[in-house]
Design a protein around this ligand. Sequence first.
Ligand SMILES: NC(=O)C1=CN([C@@H]2O[C@H](COP(=O)(O)OP(=O)(O)OC[C@H]3O[C@@H](n4cnc5c(N)ncnc54)[C@H](O)[C@@H]3O)[C@@H](O)[C@H]2O)C=CC1
Ligand SMILES: CC(=O)C(=O)O
Ligand SMILES: [Mg+2]
Length: 609
Amino acid sequence: MSHSRNVSTASKSGGPQVNIKAAHHHAASHNPLPAAADYDTALSIEARKYLKTYGLTPPAVDTYEKQNKRALAILDSRKTPIEKYQYLSILRSTNVHLFYRLLAQNVKELTPLIYTPTVGEACQRWSELYTQPEGLYLSFEDKGHLHSVIQNWPHHNVDITVVTDGSRILGLGDLGINGMGIPVGKLSLYTACAGIDPMRTLPLTLDLGTSNEAFRNDPLYMGSRREKVTAEEEKDFLDEMMAALTERWPGIVIQYEDFKNPFPSLERYQETYTMFNDDIQGTGAVILGGFINGVKQSRVAPKDQRAVFLGAGSAGVGVAKQLTEFFMKEGLSEEEAKKRFWLVDSQGLVTSDRGKLAEHKVYFARDDNEGKQYKSLEEVVEYVKPTILMGLSTIGGAFTPHILTRMAELNDKPVIFPLSNPSSKSECTFEDAIKYTKGKCLFASGSPFPTLHFEGTDLVPGQGNNMYVFPGIGLGAILSKAVSVTQNMIYASAEALSTSLLPEEVKANWLYPDIRRIREVSVEVTRGVIRAAQADKVDRELALRNISDEELDEFIRNRMYDPYTEHDKVNAELKDLAQHVMGSPMSPAGQANGNGKMASRPGTAEGSK
Ligand SMILES: NC(=O)C1=CN([C@@H]2O[C@H](COP(=O)(O)OP(=O)(O)OC[C@H]3O[C@@H](n4cnc5c(N)ncnc54)[C@H](O)[C@@H]3O)[C@@H](O)[C@H]2O)C=CC1
Ligand SMILES: CC(=O)C(=O)O
Ligand SMILES: [Mg+2]
């Protein structure tokens, strides 16, 4: 709230002077961003009078605890995950600080409701359940005018956007504009995990048509009914979008998310704009982070690792590339490193002699298959005898009991990472992985699975999801004012994640830190990213170069939005202001009765003049 309100109470002459700008304030009715909680029941009586919301909320002033308790009880009473998702969406738009306080205290329990898996259903049903604006939509029909549509975003400052064209939402296929749930969900995690100010985030969805015929024929679908535009048309559109975004917000960080074919734009923009692709780079980094810890536990040297990937798309190739770089840092040549990977797509093992390959698959295509093609995953597993099985295929259950059993026969500690989202697309469940490997596997999944009781102990599954790194990559880029997001910054996020585990987490053989510590983990990831930006000299916040790591951590923490202090600040600020300007006490009628300066509310058009 206070970030967009510019309050100064003392003029040079010593008398009180009030200058209030609160652009988003009280604009909930037409504003796709969370309202700044004018009607927050934790606001003090003074604040309510000042805001002229006095009398418009129940008389008692709530404590945060009471608010949390009430919200959790309501959440509990909603039966299905999607009903809980809907309640949380409304909470975010009506009381943003409460939403983030709730999330901060219950991150493990609430993340599955605002993110994978529930966000998958929310996207599938976005047009059916639509109730309120939550982001910006840019349509192909707006081409040539993107700049002016972008001007409609009501907030002056945007630090980061997550943009999708909806063409590959989780493992659920092309969902067109219904994909908006993903930018909204990812940006909620930016705030919850890395403290990016929620008012400075922009969820962005492109309506470039959809190949989803069911949606095109669905009367309730809220996007255009055209076929997906061509790659060439998309390129021109994105060129215009990138320029227009950066023109309005020169420092903006742009995260690409869930594009069916994101490789061309990553290549095209990564040096010109501060952008990265979360599915290729964020996923690569998060899996590398967990894998570094997995290697220590499995004690298989890089040169002896054999990784079979089911899925050779943006995530599969992104992860394989990141692990290749790790193997090279561990002493393998590039040729040796990339030979540790066998990628499998819907046609079977990716080989250079099986026919024309999509460009992104060529690098990992095998040429040692002696003319033989391997179609099924079973066949590939028998042929390769892998130490690692990664799933980024969108095929739920593809790691069959037979395959899991075989992995346990072949290895002391097989690495089993079913990474496809949402849960229904996971290549196997945690339960099956444990059951069929007899508890031997090192496990991480893209979507969360419950803790399992196995042979007298509680086994906690790792969650290999880019949510561990993208918040820190974004915050690092913002704080260092990086001109671009370099590969070293991505790699640094993985390394920082891998060393962020507490001794007890390491002792328990975890691959990832407890998600409940995500804010602290994000500080470490952010620091790593900033240091890499400095090493690559893409940073423009030069003052951060010469401070110690401890000072940098402190700087990062201080720059993080905190839904607790944010609200305290507002309460204190308004109390101060009210007393300063009007003299106390305020009239019981809740009207400002001082020198008349308070006749209009901050945040209304008049108030901000
Ligand atoms: N855990 C995490 O943090 C992340 C998980 N993902 C998940 O990874 C999955 C894939 O994402 P992308 O690579 O971006 O999608 P994509 O569409 O680029 O790639 C999918 C790949 O799976 C292959 N595939 C499809 N059907 C197959 C079959 N029957 N057998 C073998 N391979 C098959 C395709 O040929 C393609 O290579 C999605 O479910 C997504 O949710 C993606 C990013 C991050
Ligand atoms: C996690 C994520 O980015 C995905 O499943 O696409
Ligand atoms: Mg994604």
